[in-house]
Ligand binder design. Sequence first.
Ligand code: FAD
Length: 538
Amino acid sequence: MKPLSSLPALFALLLFILVSLHVSPSWAASDSVYDTFLQCLTHRTQPSDHIPDIVYSRANSSFANILVSYIRNLRFNSSSTPKPLVIVTPTQESHVQAAVLCSKDLGVHMKIRSGGHDFEGISYVSNDAFFILDMFNLRSINVDIQKETAWVQAGATLGELYYRIWEKSKVHGFPAGVCRTVGIGGHLSGGGYGNMLRKYGLSVDNVLDARMVDVQGRILDRKAMGEDLFWAIIGGGGASFGVILAYQIKLVPVPEKVTVFRVEKTIDQNATDLVYKWQFVAPTTDHGLFMRLLLQPVTSKTQKGQKTLRASVVTLFLGNSDQLLAITDKELPEMGLKKENCTEMSWIESVLWWDGFDEGTIPPLETLLRRDYPINFLKRKSDYVQTPISKANLDNLWKKMIELGKVGLVFNPYGGRMSEIPASATPFPHRAGNLFKIQYSINWSEDDPEIEKNYLAQIRSLYDFTTPFMSKNPRSAFLNYRDLDIGTSTNGKNSYEEGQVYGVKYFNNNFERLVKVKTAIDPNNFFRNEQSIPPLPK
Ligand SMILES: Cc1cc2nc3c(=O)[nH]c(=O)nc-3n(C[C@H](O)[C@H](O)[C@H](O)COP(=O)(O)OP(=O)(O)OC[C@H]3O[C@@H](n4cnc5c(N)ncnc54)[C@H](O)[C@@H]3O)c2cc1C
């Protein structure tokens, strides 16, 4: 155990015993951590009068509500899920500085949460005694439309960002994810992509500056942190390096009208031909055209009692429907797209359409400011495809998906701007040579361990099945689609070797540079989690 300079010895001893015995800390332990935290934060913050309002012990009546408000995967909201001892909810940057220093002083592990969308819950779950630094109050957004930039704090959501841009301009947007409640802190530090990636790249390809708190409690902007660390926190996962306070982003132009459509085909409607051809067209077509492909086993409408595979093409086109049809008629006639399938709308309306609101049911734009979101039990995995899958193998894949029954696949086309950016420009390495990314997806609503076991087995079985068709050496993965199956770290003496296992999959050749940055900025591995970047062994 590390020396705990300013910690009352009794408390340190109690915590040590609890952790060593793997005993879930009791309410009493939570209360004493709370008291010690309060003292430490008060001591470390100027002015300190609001500190009691931002620290929650388990005994506080708001504790459970705050904890659950940003849990976005019900798998990590059970009675057996380890709970934090304390939640700290900073309302100013100096609170974050103090929280980092107090976490070090007290030897209590820190988890950083912004929007809580981590698919494996690692922003709010730990097997060590821990507290959550919950960033949801740090959510200001300042759009400078003259300069076409914005400063966004880590606790803001994507919906809030899109709304605040739209308030200032109808012809600007930002290339980021499609779910409005995703947090800036995790999304941008992990790469961040959305339906404009073929035109403008990832979110991090459009980040200009950042502010973060390092392990010494200093606030660093891009100039102060230097280019290596700035590089690391735009795609390497912020939580390995510090606490991201805010990013400065570059806005991108969007047309006054964009076009969306959804076309569905089942196997008997030549879904296989469509998907096969899609692999050649979607990654090479006009950069303003993003055609996501959703593949799902469903009940057949034509053959009673039979299952089939449904392929749905869900699209954003940065132009009008006539321009779009001119492209799809020529390049993907298998889709059978007609003018009546297409809807023209403003870019901001398309954000809500992509978030699940159909044409005609698009709610007021203020919905983007709402932080509630329907949640389920879920598991995700990811893969990259570099060579088109043959028709015979697609047919086999459909058979497997129908046999399993519930796992869906999402194909996200790359190419366009993604192929123009070098693989080393940011930690995210999956650029030229990748045709599309696959998300394996399974959601369920039953709170039943047996069902969970079965669904987790299904998604893993499909992942095993697809091995021959996916990127190899390494079989790559996307950090923002967090998947603890691909390796975890115990953050002990083998952390470098353990980190290499998942790190090379997420970052390919960029992993070693991330390790170097980590070693320079945080050699004692204070900022760590189950899949963080390890420092070099001493
Ligand atoms: C419904 C849903 C839809 C999604 N859609 C997309 C999508 O379209 N595109 C896409 O790219 N991804 C998507 N994702 C994945 C999402 O981008 C990642 O899970 C992302 O990390 C979430 O960020 P967060 O702040 O909400 O999550 P959190 O759970 O709060 O954080 C995720 C990780 O980042 C760390 N972190 C959070 N805040 C900070 C901070 N301030 N400083 C340092 N580290 C921090 C956490 O410790 C954790 O390791 C989706 C996820 C969900 C659940």
